[in-house]
Design a protein around this ligand. Structure first.
Ligand code: PLP
Length: 250
């Protein structure tokens, strides 16, 4: 039995955050254990309010869990405050499991998830991550390079100081959905069909948790990224009408 530790927020609609992550893990035959960073007031139409868990409780919860359960990968999603990032970094010292960070600061719709400067959170978490998965906007923020095309996407991936970066090119113009995986010095474009399913909710959560499950199972980063991308593509072809807003993937 492999365990993935999910550190993420609660989205009551289940399209993103802990509930979605747990379902993705189950579909990969991996057992999710999780610590919640925040509760959100949210439906499929957007995030209306965010209430972060105290950093002290988060730290205690992580210490208790990691002192008890062996985890094989860690996925970090929504972080509510800089203090939370600080205690997460401290807690991660208790595990050597690979860390997958989805640097989500803003939801597609609604109020910001992070109360603070994303660059300060990044300064703490980037050195911890085996791989970070920014979209074009997040990659711009983390690198200081405005990502508008494949060339700037490459430049940003090189400039982000993490062991590996999977920059999601889905929001860029072009006939294909092209992501860039940089692992150390190696770079590879992961090319996929551009799938237009209208507004979707939780794509970043699904991709990053699927990738973490691959790593938990012992796959290489490249194989885990390719498998996660094809898992996400399959989900996008069959989205779920959960509410009146964006469609969910799990
Ligand atoms: N709410 C929570 C708790 C999340 O973790 C995330 C994404 O990571 C979101 C909302 C944003 O979801 P989306 O922008 O895909 O709608």
């Amino acid at each position: 039995m492999k365990h993935v530790l999910v550190i993420a927020g609660l989205d009551p609609s289940g399209g993103a955050g802990l509930l979605a992550d747990a379902r993705v893990a189950a579909e990969h035959g991996v057992r999710a254990v999780g610590v919640m960073t925040a509760t959100t007031v949210q439906d499929t139409q957007g995030v209306r309010a965010v209430d972060p868990v105290s950093a002290e409780i988060l730290e205690e919860a992580l210490a208790a869990l990691l002192g008890d359960v062996e985890v094989h990968a860690v996925k970090i999603g929504m972080i509510g405050t800089l203090r939370q990032a600080e205690v997460i970094v401290r807690a991660l010292a208790a595990t050597g499991a690979p860390v997958v960070w989805d640097p989500v600061f803003l939801p597609s719709r609604g109020v910001p998830l992070l109360d603070g400067d994303p660059r300060e959170v990044a300064r703490l978490l980037l050195p911890e991550a085996r791989v970070v998965l920014p979209n074009a906007l997040e990659a711009s923020l983390l690198s200081g390079i405005r990502v508008v095309d494949e060339e700037t996407l490459r430049a940003a991936a090189r400039a982000i100081p993490a062991a590996a970066v999977l920059v999601k090119g889905g929001h860029l113009a072009g006939p294909r959905a092209r992501d860039l995986l940089r692992d150390g010095e190696d770079e590879e474009i992961l090319d996929g069909e551009r799938l237009d399913a209208g507004p979707l909710h939780g794509t970043g959560c699904v991709l990053s948790t699927a990738l973490a499950c691959g790593l938990a199972g012992g796959a290489s980063l490249r194989d885990a990224a390719v498998a996660a991308k094809s898992y996400l593509a399959a989900k996008i072809t069959a989205p779920l009408d959960v509410g009146r807003g964006a469609r969910c993937l799990v």
